[in-house]
Design a binder for this molecule. Sequence first.
Ligand code: PLZ
Length: 447
Amino acid sequence: MTDTLMPQATSLPQERRLVTEIPGPRSRELMARRTGAVSAGVGGTLPVFAERAGGGVIVDVDGNSFIDLGSGIAVTTVGNANPRVVQRVQEQAAAFTHTCFMVTPYEGYVAVCESLNRLTPGDHPKRSALFNSGAEAVENAVKIARAFTGRQAVVVFDHAYHGRTNLTMALTAKNMPYKQSFGPFAPEVYRMPMSYPFRDGPHAGPEVAAWATSKMDKEIGATNIAAILVEPILGEGGFIVPAPGFLPALAAYAAAHGIVFIADEIQTGFCRTGDWFASENEAIVPDLITTAKGMAGGLPLAGVTGRADIMDAVHVGGLGGTYGGNPIACAAALGAIEAMEEDNLPARAREVGEILGGRLRSMAERIPSIGDVRGRGAMMAIEIVEPGTLTPDPQTVQRVADACHRQGVVAITCGTYGNVLRFLPPLTIEDDLLREGLDVVENAFAP
Ligand code: PLZ
């Protein structure tokens, strides 16, 4: 490993260490309080409560140290409590915590927008706007595309995930747990077929895209479509990497028909896939791009970035929100982006991807229920099926994830069928710790 790629310093020992049963007594106590105080509707993955985290570990309130293979769902790409993030947050919190950018602006917001405009694909003039969550960014991207085109229809895809607010529930494909009993949903949302190489057979990317665009022509009419919204690699839907040519064909159709092409890079963006943005892999230049998660090192911040003519088409006052682009979140983003640039984290994501991908592929040779290994960079997954079939096996995935948790590894799942184990380690994880985490995953498959 070269010096520029050294993981961030953290005072936490970088080790897996179990000192109590899992969950330990302090976690059990807190879990009882949680049950009494927190809505049952808020789900949970691990039965332990966090106390500290950094590098590649999360330490719980009983002193158990877990190897983190989830980064809080692709958020702590630069490592938890990254020193550059912490320092800027502390300085900003001491200076001022909030003014509302629409009331009294501050430099941090502008600087984050400048970074987004500079780092996202394409060298055309760009503008950005900041929000609090991924879902809010997606909603605003749709608002902007509608204002720019004067059209209403929004095209999304099978297995898509875009959020939990009313419009983004409509944009999200999966019913349970995201949509069940929460309707009615926003209208003018149309779902099209997605390229899913493991499940749709040997269909080439352009072929699936042609199927989708022909449906758009016939069922919506291209001149009614404001936006085509797609995740370049589907996240919650199962880390589905569309076949080559699928995304470029969609982007070309959008360009030919005056449709705003929106890449939702909330999970894939900011170095995760080995590029700054996953769209770069097929040289896609989205009209708009939504970001959140990894951008701010753990603080809530989201953005919409894109062509200046589209972003500026909205009437003055049409975009905003009390907290959007909060100064502390902006300070965190500037620290996180500095870490990504100075430590060359796209290259580090490719290194992590080689360790992950190599190990997962060799596991697949030994474990017949691993039907597919896929992903890119530090965003990889295995899809679990009944051996030799495409039949999803979510029970095995749950059993493996639970066993990992008991053995001190934070493993998380995803997928339309709940049968995908995904790997999103912080890029500050040490190589040997990552390998140890993967040993635990492999052992967890043993019956
Ligand atoms: N778009 C591509 O991955 C968030 C959801 C976790 P928010 N994914 C994690 C859960 O179960 O709620 C996501 C995403 C993509 C949009 C979002 C939404 O981002 O910040 O969670 O609103």
